[in-house]
Design a protein around this ligand. Structure first.
Ligand code: HEM
Length: 447
C-alpha cells in the first residue's frame, strides 16, 4: 500500500541529543548516506535540531530537480555561499536565474569550448613542465593549480590573467571550508562568532571578489579580441541589457569557484584511479599514442578517444564531486508520498546515489567498461547525473569534459604516475570530495 501523504519521513537511526546526526555525518558521510537508501526513499537527518529530508533514490531526486514552477528553491548550501558568489547564477532564483542562464549560454557553446582548448592545454603544459622524474607530487594541489590556471586563462586575456591565479588559489581553502562549516553549523549564530574558520571565509571571499573586480577594471582599458570568456560575458546582451558591473563580477567569481574545484578534484581522482589500475592505464595510453601520436590534443580528437571518455565517466560516477546539494520547499508539498511543510530543507548526495548497489553493480569498483554499450543493459542509466539535471544543471559540463580530456591526454603521454607503497588516500568531504593525502610519484613515460 502506498504511504499516506500525511506521514512524516522516518528519522535516520543513530542520532545524538543536541547534535542530531552531525557526528555520523562528519565521521563517514558517504557510508552514512549510502546506508540511508535501506532506510527509505526519504529519510530525515538532523543537523543539530534542523531537519533535512534526504532523498535516496535517483527517481525522486530527478522529480525534485525537474519540478515545475517554484516549489523548490536552492536551499541551505547555496544560501551559505552568497558571501562568495553574491548574486551569481549559482545562487540566483526565478526570473533572475533564467535571465542569467540565458546571458551566460553563448560562453559555453560548442565552438567556444573548442576555442578554449589551446589555453587549457597550455595550462597543463605549464604545470607538468615543473615536474622532475622521481618527484612526489601533491596531486590535489597540482591539479588545483592546473584547473585555476586553465580557467583564469580562458576567462581572461593573458595580460590580465597574470597574478590572478595565485591570489585565487590562496583564497580557496578559506572559501570551501567556510561554506561547509556554515552549512553544517547546528545554529546560525555560530556564523558570527569571530573564530578562524568564519574570519577566513569572509576574508577569502572578499579577496576573490577583489581579484575579479581588479581584472574587470583593467580589461576596460584593453582591446578586446572577443576571444576570452569574460569578453563573451561582457558582450552578452539580453533585450538590450547585459550584466551590470556587480553581476558581471559575481558571475565571474561563480565560474572561477564552481569551475575549478570540481574539475581539479575529478582530475586528481582520475589520476589516482589510473595509477591503481594498470590494465586501464595500458589501454588508455595505447589509445592516446595510437590516435594522437605526439600531436597536441584538440577538441575534435575526443570523438576518437572512447577509452578516455569511459575513464572520465567512471571517475565522475565513483568520485562525484558534489556530495551534498540542497533545495528548499517554498510551499507545503509531498516528497515521495510524504507531506513536507513550506520551508522544509531537502538534501541529496549525488555521490551516494552513484554508489547505490541497487543501481550499479559492485559500485565501489572502478570499472570504466561498465559504460560499454554491451554492459549497459539493465542499468538505470538515468541514475547517473554528475552534472545535475533541470534548470540548475551545470552549464560548464562540456567545458569540464574538455578540460579533463585535455589534461589526461597531455599528462599520460609524457608521465607515468605511480602510488607510493603504503600511502593512504582518504575522502575528505568539503564542498567537493577531496582525495586527501594523494601523492603520486612522477616517472617519465618511455617513448
Ligand atoms: C567535473 C566538473 C563539474 C561537475 C561534476 C559539476 C557539477 C555541477 C552540478 C551537480 C551542478 C548543479 C547543482 C545543483 O543542481 O544544485 C553544477 C552547477 C553549476 N556549475 Fe558545474 N560542475 C563541474 C564543472 C563546472 C565548470 C567547469 C563550470 C564553469 C566553467 C561550472 C559552472 C557551474 C555553474 C555556474 C553552476 C550553477 C548553475 C545554475 O545554478 O544554474 N561547473 N555543477
Amino acid at each position: 500500500m502506498a504511504a499516506p501523504a500525511v506521514a512524516k519521513p522516518v528519522v535516520a537511526p543513530g542520532r545524538v541529543p543536541g547534535l542530531g546526526h552531525l557526528p555520523r555525518l562528519v565521521r563517514d558521510p558517504f557510508g552514512f548516506f549510502v546506508s540511508l537508501a535501506d532506510v527509505g526513499d526519504v529519510v530525515t537527518v538532523l543537523i543539530g535540531r534542523k531537519p533535512v529530508h534526504l532523498i535516496t533514490t535517483p527517481r525522486l531526486v530527478r522529480s525534485v530537480l525537474l519540478a515545475g514552477g517554484d516549489v523548490f528553491r536552492r536551499g541551505r548550501v547555496f544560501e551559505k555561499a552568497t558571501k562568495t558568489f553574491g548574486g551569481g547564477v549559482i545562487v540566483a532564483e526565478g526570473d533572475a536565474h533564467r535571465r542569467q542562464r540565458r546571458l551566460m549560454q553563448p560562453a559555453f557553446g560548442r565552438h567556444r569550448i573548442a576555442s578554449y582548448v589551446p589555453e587549457m592545454r597550455e595550462a597543463v603544459v605549464r604545470g607538468i613542465a615543473k615536474w622532475h622524474p622521481g618527484e612526489v607530487l601533491d596531486v590535489p594541489r597540482v591539479t588545483h593549480e592546473m584547473a585555476v590556471d586553465a580557467l583564469v586563462h580562458t576567462l581572461f586575456k593573458a595580460e590580465l590573467a597574470d597574478g590572478a591565479a595565485e591570489r585565487i588559489m590562496a583564497a580557496f581553502p578559506g572559501i570551501v571550508s567556510g561554506i561547509m562549516a556554515h552549512t553544517l553549523y547546528p545554529a546560525d549564530w555560530l556564523e558570527r562568532v569571530p573564530i578562524g574558520v568564519n574570519r577566513r571565509y569572509q576574508k577569502s571571499s572578499d579577496e576573490v571578489r577583489q581579484v575579479v573586480d581588479d581584472v574587470i577594471a583593467r580589461s576596460a582599458g584593453t582591446d578586446s579580441d572577443g576571444a576570452s570568456l569574460l569578453d563573451v560575458l561582457i558582450k552578452a546582451h539580453d533585450e538590450g541589457a547585459g550584466f551590470d558591473r556587480d553581476l558581471l563580477r559575481d558571475e565571474v567569481v561563480t565560474l572561477l569557484i564552481a569551475g575549478s574545484e570540481t574539475v581539479a578534484t575529478t582530475l586528481a581522482w582520475t589520476l589516482h584511479e589510473i595509477a591503481g589500475h594498470p590494465a586501464v592505464e595500458r589501454l588508455l595510453v595505447h589509445e592516446l599514442t595510437t590516435e594522437l601520436g605526439d600531436t597536441p590534443v584538440r577538441h575534435s580528437d575526443f570523438a576518437r578517444l572512447p577509452v578516455l571518455d569511459r575513464v572520465i565517466k567512471e571517475t565522475l560516477r565513483l568520485h562525484t564531486p558534489n556530495w551534498l546539494l540542497t533545495r528548499r520547499a517554498t510551499e507545503p508539498t509531498t516528497l515521495g508520498g510524504y507531506r513536507v511543510p513550506a520551508g522544509a530543507e531537502v538534501g541529496f548526495s549525488l555521490t551516494a546515489l552513484h554508489r547505490d548497489p541497487k543501481v550499479f553493480d559492485v559500485p565501489l569498483a572502478f570499472d570504466p567498461d561498465r559504460w560499454l554499450d554491451e554492459n549497459l543493459a539493465g542499468y538505470a542509466v538515468d541514475a547517473m547525473m554528475p552534472f545535475g539535471v533541470g534548470r540548475h544543471r551545470c552549464p560548464g559540463d562540456t567545458f569540464a569534459w574538455a578540460e579533463l580530456g585535455v589534461a589526461i591526454a597531455t599528462i599520460l603521454r609524457k608521465w607515468r604516475l605511480v602510488h607510493q607503497p603504503g600511502a593512504k588516500v582518504r575522502e575528505l568531504p568539503l564542498v567537493t570530495v577531496q582525495p586527501s593525502g594523494l601523492r603520486l610519484v612522477a616517472r617519465r613515460r618511455a617513448a
